[in-house]
Design a protein around this ligand. Structure first.
Ligand code: MIG
Length: 820
């Protein structure tokens, strides 16, 4: 608004930019640039026939700076030849399966499929507010919500899976003891999927400022995304189905390397195990009870008064000795490292950091100092590549000399005590790869950049070892650097259901390597809750029990004496044996099942890091054409072939399971069930309701106490289905990077079911030699009475069992097998 009276003054001068009439346009090889009458520029550029980047540019603002979320350039994609067409009313850019149509009069955008079906369109479209004093203070996009559309995603939100009718905020927050309605939480993942009549699609808003997503709470037909600054850059993804959308999003934001196989084993954690004898005691109890376990964690109390990269000499006089003792017994040690560095002149890391100027500063040049565990702390600026390198090198001793296998980066929202904002003030400055920006832009990516520094540092220290890093805070793309856990949950049945939802939605939001604190972090679960939680956790890629125990009133609440002499109940222990029998046996069985499924899970992981396919998929992502699937929250798929229906209520020994389309076999009994529909099933406390898809060949590994134990017998559970179906599983050394150069084994098995026979053919590709000495074949669901089994021309004995038929092959792998 131009005022003519220049004597009137204002605190600030705001300019509003909204979608406006298109004044001119310019065709580009991969899209089109549109310039509106109000000078707002709109770029529409295809990265792939299914993927388009839309960015608004407000006049007088610098172009969008770098994105930490997307990988360099457009690597996994190839831009199509984009056709730009103009009619009297529209300008349309077509990438093939996806068209972007802009209305000339309003500048509003509509996304269409190839047939012209509307996937999604602007309601109010774009709004940007530019302040003379503060730059861009708001960028917003308002899209139309159709009455029959469904929305999923946004990472770790705790409420129902379906996003409609809810409002969310993305601002990484230390959300201790959060609940269903708590928001924001620890991570910001500005990506969601939609399902319209015309198809499945996704939106990724590449903006790291504080952002709100309103799925129709203010106006029923409005889906409004509003960020407190920065640029409006979004990617619109079209998919053949919801999984295809999730895969393209994952490719856009990058994929991690395979984790070391031990990282998929069972992990035991607590705040905190100390002193060293307590750690030994826990470890030896696992072995004494033959409960498998691959990792033990040391929480902050291992440090010398919370100084990162130090040890408390009294509690841990010989860290390397302890770690190697544990290692000899098959345990990896994972330790916590926080971003807060104690501000103390005698502390070498503080001193070194000051000299190298690695810590975040305020605009006046003073250090950003905030209280965390060690008292006043300073914080490395991980948006500076030199600082990331400096940080990465700090792990040298722990990683290369002490023998620590993995690192747990906590408090990296970043969390600050005592301030009600719980974090840095907005004006803290960050390097941001040389562009110098305020914390408001960096806040949501701070944790992600911390884990980047950690992971890149570990890779530099030991290029042959696969790093394992676990983080609390993250942002889209952060999955490249670290696994995530869902933070400080509570030992209640409701939180078991929350964990089930959070891991499903993290997984479809790119973060498949996720898990919850099994049993709950705050408080102590009743034994039945603990068992049900271990049973669910066995299907989460990160399988870790953690709790704060009786640490509730801070570090001083627990001293060494009482830790060593107290009873499990006073200590609020949460190890698999902490509740006595029969619970120990149930927890043990769930952990053993996990170890049997490790090869299957590892294969699903391989698929994830290759194609982006989520490891966990809600039923809506399995069959979005089935209206019942769209609203189911409890059942989910783990990998391609396992249907899991966790028990989420106390005392429940039967439950109604929704079986999606197809035929399923009860994992425990072999009984067949046909989808689609509900069926009441037995849900004894001993085991989780679990089903295998008909036609699948499920690889099962032997139960081992840890993943470094040799495995000699491979079981293949063949689940009969009429016709041909292929299963794939993957093997490699479980460590190192030889797999990236062919040092792996891709197994493909085709199961063909006839009315009186079943045939298997097994193809292997790759140079990795697996160690299987014996192969056990288990046939489930045969519609005929088998008489003979022929493997590569030889007859093999077959026997009837409680769940089907079984044969043991002493000769290892084979090519063809016929059972008739
Ligand atoms: O302020 O390191 O979420 O898992 O045990 C609490 C102590 C700091 C928060 C983490 C939790 C961890 C705890 N940490």
């Amino acid at each position: 608004m131009e005022e003519t009276d220049l004597s009137i003054r204002h605190d600030d001068l705001l300019t509003r930019y909204t979608s406006d009439r298109i004044a001119r346009h310019q065709t580009m090889p991969d899209g089109v640039r549109l310039i509106a009458a109000n000078q707002l520029t709109l770029d529409i550029r295809f990265l792939d026939p299914h993927l388009v980047r839309v960015s608004y540019h407000v006049p007088d603002m610098p172009p969008p700076p770098l994105s930490y979320a997307t990988t360099s350039g457009t690597e996994p994609f190839s831009a199509p030849e984009v056709v730009v067409r103009q009619s009297a009313k529209h300008i349309a850019a077509s990438g093939g399966p996806l068209n972007v149509v802009v209305e000339k009069e309003s500048g509003k955008i509509r996304m269409e499929n190839a047939e012209g079906g509307v996937l999604q369109d602007d309601r109010d479209g774009f709004l940007g507010i530019h302040s003379m004093c503060r730059g861009v203070t708001r960028v917003e996009i308002d899209r139309r919500m159709g009455p029959d559309e469904y929305y999923f995603g946004l990472g770790d939100k705790a409420g129902q899976l379906q996003l409609r009718g809810q409002k969310f905020e993305n601002w990484n927050t230390d959300a201790y003891a959060y609940g269903i309605g708590s928001d924001p939480l620890y991570r910001s993942i500005p990506f969601y999927c939609g399902l319209s009549e015309a198809g499945a699609w996704g939106m990724f808003i590449d903006n790291s400022y504080r952002t709100t997503f309103d799925f129709g709470t203010e106006e029923a037909d409005s889906l409004r995304i509003s960020a407190a600054g920065g640029e409006m850059v979004y990617y619109f993804i079209f998919g053949e189905d919801l999984c295809a959308v999730a895969r393209r999003y994952a490719l856009l934001t990058g994929l991690p390397d395979l984790p070391p196989i031990w990282a998929l084993g069972y992990h035991q954690c607590r705040w905190s195990y100390f002193p060293d004898d307590r750690v030994r005691e826990v470890a030896s109890q696992f072995r004494a009870l033959s409960i498998p376990c691959d990792a033990i964690y040391l929480d902050i109390d291992y440090m010398d008064e919370y100084r990162c990269f130090t040890w408390d000499q009294d509690r841990f006089p010989d860290p390397a000795g302890l770690v190697s003792e544990l290692r000899a017994d098959g345990f990896r040690t994972v330790v916590m490292i926080d971003p807060g560095i104690k501000q103390e002149s005698g502390y070498s890391i503080y001193k070194d950091g000051l000299e190298k100027d690695v810590f975040c500063r305020r605009p006046d040049g003073s250090l950003m100092v905030g209280p965390v565990w060690p008292g006043p702390c300073v914080f490395p600026d991980y948006t500076n590549p030199d600082v990331r390198q400096w940080w990465g090198r700090l792990y040298r001793q722990l990683y290369l000399e002490t023998g620590i296998s993995g690192f747990w980066n906590d408090m990296n929202e970043p969390a600050v005590f005592r301030l009600s904002s719980m974090t840095f003030p907005d004006d803290v400055m960050h390097h941001f790869e040389g562009q110098l920006v305020h914390h408001a832009r960096v806040h949501n990516v701070y944790g992600m950049q911390m884990t980047r520094a950690t992971t890149e540092g570990l890779l530099a220290l030991d290029p042959e070892r696969r790093p394992f890093v676990l983080t609390r805070a993250s942002f889209s793309g952060g999955l490249r650097y670290a696994a995530v856990w869902t933070g400080d949950n509570i030992s209640t049945w409701e939180h078991l259901a929350i964990a089930n939802r959070q891991c499903q939605r993290l997984s479809i939001s790119g973060f498949s390597f996720c898990g919850s604190d099994i049993g709950g972090f705050v408080d102590r679960p009743e034994p039945e809750l603990f068992v049900r939680w271990v049973q669910l956790g066995a299907f989460h890629p990160l399988f870790r029990t953690h709790s704060m125990g009786n640490h509730a009133s801070g570090a001083e609440a627990v001293d060494e004496e009482s830790l060593l002499t107290a009873q499990a109940d006073d200590r609020m222990d949460q190890e698999p044996w902490a509740f006595g029998e029969p619970w120990t046996a149930y927890a043990k069985a769930a952990i053993e099942l996990r170890y049997q499924l490790l090869g299957y899970l590892y294969s699903a992981f391989r698929e994830y890091v290759t194609s982006g396919q989520p490891i966990l998929t809600p039923l809506s992502f399995f069959d979005s054409a089935d209206p019942d699937c769209l609203l189911r929250e409890r059942e989910f798929l783990c990998g391609p072939d396992l249907l899991v229906s966790p028990v989420l209520n106390p005392g429940e020994r039967q439950q109604a399971v929704y079986f999606p389309r197809g035929r399923w076999y009860d994992f425990h009994t072999g009984a067949a069930v046909s989808g689609q529909g509900f069926k009441r099933v037995e849900a004894p406390i001993e085991a989780i309701p679990l089903y295998i898809r008909a036609g699948a060949v499920l690889p099962l590994w032997p139960v081992r106490q840890h993943t470094a134990e040799p495995a000699e017998e491979l079981t293949l559970r063949i689940c009969y289905a009429k016709g041909s179906q292929q299963s794939a599983w993957y093997e490699d050394a479980g460590e190192g990077f030889a797999y990236q150069k062919g040092g792996c084994l891709e197994n493909r098995m085709t199961q063909t079911g006839y009315s009186g026979a079943v045939e298997l053919s097994w193809h292997r590709k790759g140079v990795w030699k697996s160690n299987w000495k014996r192969i056990r074949l288990q046939f489930v669901g045969l519609p005929f009475q088998p008489r003979r089994l022929r493997i590569d021309g030889k007859y093999v004995l077959i026997e009837e069992t409680a769940t089907g038929w079984e044969a043991l092959l002493e000769t290892g792998v084979f090519s063809r097998c016929l059972l008739e």
